[in-house]
Design a protein around this ligand. Sequence first.
Ligand code: AMP
Length: 501
Amino acid sequence: MSFADLGLSDKVLQAVSAAGYTEPTPIQAQAIPHVLARRDVLGIAQTGTGKTAAFTLPMLTMLETGRARARMPRTLILEPTRELAAQVEENFERYGTNHKLNVALIIGGVSFADQDAKLTRGTDVLIATPGRLLDHFERGKLLLTGVELLVIDEADRMLDMGFIPDIERIVKMVPFTRQTLFFSATMPPEIERLADMFLHNPQRVEVARPASTATTIEQRLVATGAEGHEKRKVLRQLIRSASELQNGIIFCNRKRDVAQLQRSLTSHGFNAAALHGDMDQRARMAALDGFRSGEVPLLVASDVAARGLDIPAVSHVFNFDVPHHPEDYVHRIGRTGRAGRSGAAFTLASRADERSLSAIESLIGRPIEWLDGDLASLPDDAEGDEPRRRRGTRRAKGSERGAEKGSERPSERTSERSSESRSRGGRRAASDRGRGEETRRESIREPEPVSPAREPARSAPERSRSERRPPRRDEDDDTPVGLGSHVPAFLLKPTGFGKSK
Ligand code: AMP
């Protein structure tokens, strides 16, 4: 099957061949003819499958006829995050080089004025995050009654982020007769319900089993204590000893940990940038650009970066925290091992994470090997904040999801978002995890020499926790020694880029 067989216009075909694509991906081959036939499409596809072009290419073809009117966009694409929205805009730029279409990006974190000007000029394609779109609507700057085609992308992510009430409001504002394309990586019952509500006799297109992890990714669990300084030390040693590390994303569950970890890595001589939802848009784009260009090889990120971002060829993913939602694990490690390349994913796990680990293993359908000894190999004082319990048991305190402070949430609007209603988590692994299966790698818990403090001051809650404990040596305060010959030079910071903001 070639692109020419799909019914795309000549202008689009030229742009596709200029982009170097020779063959459509399965989601493109399956979805594009239905989109062009004006059918509603339910696409079940993860990022990395080429799903963005599966809707941008036929949209460009269809938009060649007709023209936009002021404040009345012809098509609307809803994205859960600003980065994803910006990425879709880039797709329109790349594939729309032969078109003269007005594309407007309506996202939070940037001024309204420029966005207003674009809307007034008339837009063919409006790409928006839900919060900012509603803000414009409420200010009377936008009419959605001219929308002929609506794309709801990453619907399961929208659900995770509490956007569904906003989406339902927006869908009520667009004409009932519109064409709708609805994409989601997974189809939990709540998403099925929305698909039933929004789509009319849709063509269902599914390209990859949700929740599968690529076989090209080497996955390992790394046992660690729960304290931040211990985890940071283990992470540094992991990075130093990782083989063939080109670049890596380090995921944290909480935004404040992203900032702290990036500062810590930087102070230890690593070249790392931070990406989380509380950063302003310019800083987020600068961090992403630096990482994409290879200037900054390490990106410390919250889950906002886990889904959808098109960052080619990431060699390593490090989960500084075990994600509370098993699906997030799949999305995080999906940043590596893309397009048949090999990749490595390391997950730091403490005894407090046993339940989340069980849920992940249950979701991916197999146990994950430990790198260098499982939780039972940890010393007795490695309990972190957890009550002491039997070593190596799988029991842990209840899931903290949604309860933690600073967990990633959309911050575009001042209003509180409705809490999520997911029916996930808490699943226990039926499988035994093959304890004691150790790979023969350098130990990563080797002590480092002690030296004066370098780490920035800790946050108040962390300080008070450590004050309750018996005095102990803070290993994270070590001078960054051991960065000799076995540290790839590109990991060392050549410039001030990525310094704490
Ligand atoms: P997406 O799933 O939309 O995030 O796309 C993932 C990556 O695949 C992007 O880097 C696209 O540029 C690339 N891509 C999209 N379609 C094709 C294609 N037909 N052939 C090769 N690469 C593609």
